[in-house]
Write a protein that binds this ligand. Structure first.
Ligand code: PMP
Length: 399
């Protein structure tokens, strides 16, 4: 008998975390690595949010909370759904977890029986396929073409549905491509889903606030008849620069939320009480920082796209949202590095960038799409400029 469980056989470590760890190792050795592999804003958490957390500590709000999250936070979440999308969720239809990540995991763990299928449009966030596998389900990857803006087409959705399909994962704005689904595109997908009443929708809206003037739309609001079979997931990590506080939430069908709470009650119990109080301030207090962050990200995005298109062999579209660019690196494949190695895959290219030019980006293979690399433009403008110059030099050095 071996120590580790059979189910771990198919689970890969997160490629973004692996890249970030490797760049940290190099940094420890004194290398000036620029890390563009992590989806983390470089802004500080807004001061008022920090104050709310400090106040919670001073007021002794440091005990266990309700598993689903404290009532005033669920109330703030309820109000934000109503305010931003006209979505009406009861407090018992809302659950708070340790980041959107845990909420997605709880939903899959609560709903998947062995062999149940989850449709994942690719390129996709690194964690979806592995979470599905961990929960005992079967990830079904549905490739989305770059020419379609990396968005799922209704025909592709129709073709991928089987009697075993339980979920369609939707992520807009998308990590890693920055694709944003507009209302009409969601309605076209909804039309297909109406023909398949057994399929649920997990709408991962974590990047909602980063759309740079493009309209954000979410399935439960756009197609009210699908409200009963949609779990809408969101959180404060990205919009409020609170990645380390670990607060995410989900809202959806009562039976599912209850089951997710059951799992959470037997695992983490809940996220930190202090973080929950801080998140109330993030959702209900001043929201000016969101516009400020979006303005800064837009400037960074435009810089990145402009510069990366100057790099020989890269071709970069303008992403509509989130804070990632996802250039194709097809043009560098087959070329030789100054060290004599032929670049055969996007992983080879990402390794070359890291080892020879000290820039950490993530190969597209981690997001189930090749040959691409994902570059986060969440770091500072100064670091991004330096990183792009290195990438341009790295591409120019290939023969
Ligand atoms: N969904 C997507 C698409 C993400 O990119 C991320 C974070 N990288 C998450 C969920 C998880 O967010 P959180 O930090 O709130 O767990």
């Amino acid at each position: 008998m071996t120590l580790l469980a059979e189910r771990l056989r198919t689970v890969r470590p997160s490629e973004t975390k692996a890249m970030t760890a490797r760049s940290a190792e190099l940094r420890d050795q004194g290398v000036d690595v620029i890390t563009l592999s992590q989806g983390e804003p470089d802004f500080d958490t807004p001061a008022a949010v920090c104050e709310a957390g400090i106040r919670a500590i001073r007021d002794g709000r440091t005990k266990y909370t309700a598993v689903a999250g404290i009532r005033p936070l669920r109330q703030a979440i309820r109000e934000s759904f109503a305010r931003d999308h006209g979505l009406d969720y009861g407090l018992d239809q809302i659950t708070v977890g340790c980041g959107a990540k845990q909420v997605v995991f709880n939903a899959l763990f609560a709903s998947l029986d062995p062999g149940d299928e989850v449709m994942i449009p690719t390129p996709c966030w690194v964690s979806y396929p592995d979470m599905v596998a961990l929960a005992g389900g079967k990830p079904v990857l549905v490739a989305c073409d770059e020419l379609d803006g990396f968005k799922l087409r209704p025909e592709a959705l129709e073709a991928a549905v089987t009697p075993r399909t339980k979920w369609l994962m939707l992520n807009s704005p998308c990590n890693p491509t920055g694709a944003v689904y507009d209302r009409d595109e969601l309605l076209a997908l909804a039309e297909v889903l109406r023909r398949h009443a057994h399929v649920y929708v997990l709408s991962d809206d974590i990047n909602e606030k980063l759309t740079y003037g493009n309209d954000f739309a979410t399935m439960a609001a756009v197609a009210p008849d699908l409200y009963e079979r949609t779990l809408t997931v969101n959180g404060v990590s990205k919009a409020d620069a609170m990645t380390g506080w670990r607060v995410g939430y989900g809202a959806g069908p009562l039976a599912l939320i209850k089951a997710m709470n059951l799992i959470q009650g037997q695992t983490s119990s809940h996220t930190s009480s202090i973080s929950q109080y801080a998140a109330i301030e993030a959702l209900s207090g001043g929201r000016d920082h969101i516009d400020e962050f979006a303005r800064a990200f837009r400037e960074r995005r435009d810089l990145m796209v402009g510069k990366l298109n100057q790099a020989a062999g890269l071709s970069c579209r303008v992403p509509k949202g989130a804070f990632y660019v996802f250039p194709s690196c097809a043009g560098v494949l087959g070329k030789r590095t100054p060290g004599g190695k032929v670049i055969e895959t996007d992983t080879d290219f990402a390794m070359y960038l890291l080892d020879a030019f000290a820039v950490a980006a993530v190969p597209g293979s981690g997001f189930m799409a090749s040959p691409y690399i994902r570059i986060s433009y969440a770091p500072s403008l100064e670091d991004l400029t330096r990183a792009c110059d290195r990438i341009i030099a790295a591409c120019a050095a290939l023969s």
